[in-house]
Design a protein around this ligand. Structure first.
Ligand code: CMC
Length: 416
């Protein structure tokens, strides 16, 4: 095994080098503190591997994203979201029997307990749907205590999340809840629960269903990002599945993470309402004192392009064409991308459109309200969180997550 030499003021030690499947290299520092008394300091964890994982591979330089070895482009072109969910959680794509069994189980667990419906009555009509989603996911652990049913709880969570999401929308517009139907696929069921009203038949548009399927697949996992690390962190204390997932929802909500999709649309609307002046907003994005960032741009890992953004850029065109819509925000987004990609500031920092830049345009075309965008992201990310949580819990060497710190506060002082 190769080793790295670390020279400290008082000693020199050798640390093992770990090499991943795709030749990713890491220095294993797990014995560093015990041997030397030193810790490492890595604010924002940009250089820290928190685990070894067999779920998702990303190469940020080459714009590669694979789930369980399958390129995202292939999965997006040929699978349903539930097949991808099965792949992430179980490690392989399902054969015909397993697929039928999984789909059947998910379909039959979509109802939420009638008592849970009462919770919705207590939320204000303008409650943010991410707050409702996080609370309702936590509440599932009151009905299925301690997540004690293992695989069944995983099925329940995947099945009930779209029902909760659609009910939170219905609550916000004051319409009656629409119950899930067992003859519909996952995406169609969700769309029907969102848009149907009891007095009318509702026909799911195949173009909208396919667009939703694509979006969910593209969001399904992204290795150790902020929300996934949160899920692992919470789960490492052996908190139950639902509690861990609710923590993931909360972490995703922030505008630097999943909340960026809502912020992108708000930014594009602002630019439109301000006469479409890109240059002004580019200048603001470059001015650190403005507090303004180009939302949907930049990524901690992708430094040349985000493969999900590429797929979504052309999907946005296709979906709008299929639905016979045009959206001035799509034109503004494309214009902004073109200007940013030619600008020295963005070039020097290798800032490219990320998954959130075009996803909002598609959600808008589908009729999803802006406040629901991050909920849509959460529905997609759920199987990834579950897979990562399960991998951590199944690891016999797993330990509670507990980073160290370098203390820089006051030395000892006395109140007297
Ligand atoms: N607009 C303007 N400047 C930016 C942007 C942006 N969107 N993103 C990064 N920068 C600058 C940043 O100011 C810094 O400049 P300097 O080196 O002069 O100080 C440099 O680029 C590096 O940025 P950073 O903040 O150190 O990078 P990070 O890896 O810590 O942050 C990020 C990554 C995604 C949080 C950040 O790029 C960002 O805030 N983007 C906008 C929010 C967004 O779109 N988030 C969605 C991310 S993808 C989906 C997801 O994770 O959910």
């Amino acid at each position: 095994m190769d080793t790295a030499k670390l020279t400290l003021p008082d000693q020199e030690i050798e640390l093992p080098i770990i090499v991943g499947t795709e030749n990713e290299k890491a220095i294993d520092i797990s014995r560093l503190r015990g041997t030397t008394g030193y810790i490492t300091l890595d604010s924002g964890y940009g250089n820290t591997g928190s685990c070894a994982s067999g779920i998702t591979f990303i190469d940020g330089e080459q714009g590669i994203l694979r789930y369980r070895g399958y390129p995202i482009e292939e999965l997006a072109g040929s699978c349903s979201f539930l097949e991808v969910a099965y792949l992430l959680v179980n490690g392989n794509l399902p054969n015909a029997d397993k697929r039928a069994d999984f789909l059947d189980k998910v379909t039959k667990h979509t109802l939420i307990h009638e008592d849970m419906k009462k919770f919705f009555e207590g939320y204000p009509a303008n409650a943010h749907p991410m707050a409702i989603l996080a609370s309702m996911v936590t509440s599932l652990s009151t009905f299925y205590p301690d997540g004690a049913d293992g695989e069944l709880d995983i099925i329940r969570l995947i099945a009930k999340a779209p029902t909760i999401a659609a009910f939170s929308y219905k609550k916000s517009v004051g319409q009656p809840f629409i119950y899930p139907r067992n003859d519909l696929d996952y995406a169609s069921n969700f769309l029907r629960m969102m848009w149907a009203i009891p007095s009318e038949e509702y026909e799911v548009s195949p173009a909208v269903r396919d667009a939703l399927n694509l979006l969910l697949i593209l969001h399904a996992d992204h290795e150790q990002n902020c929300s996934t690390s949160t899920v692992r962190m919470v789960g490492s204390s052996q908190a139950n599945l639902f509690a861990s997932m609710a923590a993931g929802v909360s972490a995703l909500w922030g505008p630097l993470h999943g909340g960026a999709n809502q912020k992108v649309i708000e930014m594009l609307e602002r630019i439109r309402d301000d006469g479409g002046d890109y240059a002004k907003y580019m200048d603001m994005a470059k001015d650190k004192n403005s507090g303004f960032r180009l939302m949907g741009f930049g990524h901690r890992v992708y430094k040349n392009f985000d493969p999900r953004a590429r797929i979504l850029k052309s999907a946005a065109d296709n979906v709008l064409t299929e639905l016979g819509l045009s959206d001035p925000l799509l034109d503004i987004a494309k214009g902004l991308e073109e200007v940013a990609l030619a600008d020295d500031y963005f070039v020097a920092r290798r800032l490219y459109p990320n998954v959130d830049f075009y996803s909002g345009i598609i959600y808008r075309a589908m009729g999803i309200p802006t406040e629901m965008f991050t909920v849509m992201f959460a529905l997609g990310r759920l199987p990834g969180w579950i897979a990562q949580w399960k991998e951590m819990r199944d690891d016999p060497k797993g330990r509670i997550y507990r980073p160290r710190q370098v203390y820089v506060g006051s030395g000892e002082r006395s109140v007297g």
